[in-house]
Design a protein around this ligand. Structure first.
Ligand code: NDP
Length: 318
């Protein structure tokens, strides 16, 4: 229930989400004098704060740290006047009219009226969804090696997945844990050749192909994982205490269900080469609308586009 305890605030540009897309949109929108207000969401800085090294963002010849990079982006956005606020958008009432006002509720109580809205809410890690896995989240089941890997120092763990994230998480864990086993459901990994090379040359990483999880064992904490070979159907128990899932992400678009056009997975649909959604004055940038590239640099690029699209939209109303 919305409690209209706070006064309503009217702004030109609201940015929802604080990853590279949101901060880049903020830098451009602030420099264009749109006086943007950003609500960061619960994970300030977004997914990059759960990664360690970022080696592929242009301009950092020696690489950088994901959290440090997001702090720098925040400072840069604030330098031009962006107001960065911690809070979660809980409800939206988006106008269908050109020049209409979009009503956004934050933390179920604060009401914002915005002329333009830039959605950069990103995506969230997926789990396999089996009962034993869900029950043990926080008890040895995690979707973030860099957040939780520390707790498994010197222990044996599994990583589920076959993409770059799985390869990256496994490599990270191999520096902390005794042994890391990657469970790959197919007979090959999807990760880039460079990442696979890193995995293969790391002595304490083993890759088990054609292998899927049957059950995570343990009542309160992970005590093992029963896996099966999907060709031979043979089962075995791996003696591990940590279970890291790295099987991709789901876009954070639940609050826009039935309001904005999205694909069957939930990614927001943008028009042509723009960041325009189906509603005037509402733009989408970053992973929330990109299931194809999903890189920090592409997210930043679309964040810039969303701010330019907002500026042009407002300019055309005058
Ligand atoms: P991806 O979608 O690339 O890979 C997900 C992996 O999880 C796939 O290999 C998939 O297997 C596997 N998977 C999905 N569902 C299941 C399931 N139910 N059981 C077992 N395995 C499953 O996601 P990532 O998070 O790895 O990467 C997302 C994007 O981010 C990519 O574009 C990637 O390149 C990029 N990235 C880049 C990094 C870097 O450059 N430093 C680091 C991390 C990510 P299958 O192959 O069988 O479909």
């Amino acid at each position: 229930m919305r409690k209209m305890s706070d006064t309503i605030e009217r702004i030109k540009c609201l940015i929802i989400g604080s990853g590279p897309a949101g901060y880049t949109a903020a830098i451009y929108a602030a420099r264009a004098d749109l006086k943007p207000v950003m609500y960061t969401g619960m994970q300030m800085g977004g997914q990059l704060t759960t990664t360690t090294e970022v080696d592929n963002f242009p301009g950092y010849p020696d690489g950088t740290d994901g959290t440090a990079m997001m702090e720098d982006l925040k400072k840069q956005a604030e330098r031009f006047g962006t107001e960065v606020r911690f809070g979660l958008v809980t409800q939206v009432e988006l106008s269908e009219k050109v020049g209409g006002i979009h009503k956004i509720t934050v933390d179920e109580s604060k009401m914002i009226e915005a002329e333009t809205v830039i959605i950069s809410t990103g995506a969230t890690a997926k789990y396999l969804g089996i009962e034993s896995e869900q029950r043990l989240i926080g008890g040895g089941v995690s979707a973030c090696a860099t957040c939780d890997g520390f707790f498994y120092k010197g222990q044996d763990v599994v990583v589920i997945g076959a993409g770059d994230t799985a390869a990256e998480e496994a490599t990270y864990l191999s520096n902390i844990c005794n042994k890391v086993t990657i469970l790959v459901r197919k007979d090959y990994m999807r990760a880039s050749k460079a990442m696979q090379h890193r995995v293969n040359k790391t002595k304490n990483i083993e890759v088990m192909y054609n292998t899927e999880v049957d059950e995570v064992l343990g009542e309160q904490v992970v005590e093992g994982v029963r896996v099966f070979n999907n060709i031979t159907k043979e089962k075995q128990v791996l003696d591990v205490t940590g279970y890291f899932v790295a099987i991709g992400h789901k876009p954070n678009t639940d609050i826009f269900n039935g309001v904005l056009d999205m694909d069957d997975v939930g990614y927001l649909i943008t028009k042509g080469k723009s960041t325009k959604t189906n509603l005037p004055g509402v733009f989408a940038a970053g992973d929330v609308q990109d299931k194809e590239y999903r890189q920090a640099v592409t997210a930043a690029g679309t964040g810039c586009m969303a701010a330019l699209d907002s500026e042009r939209y407002l300019g055309a109303l005058d």
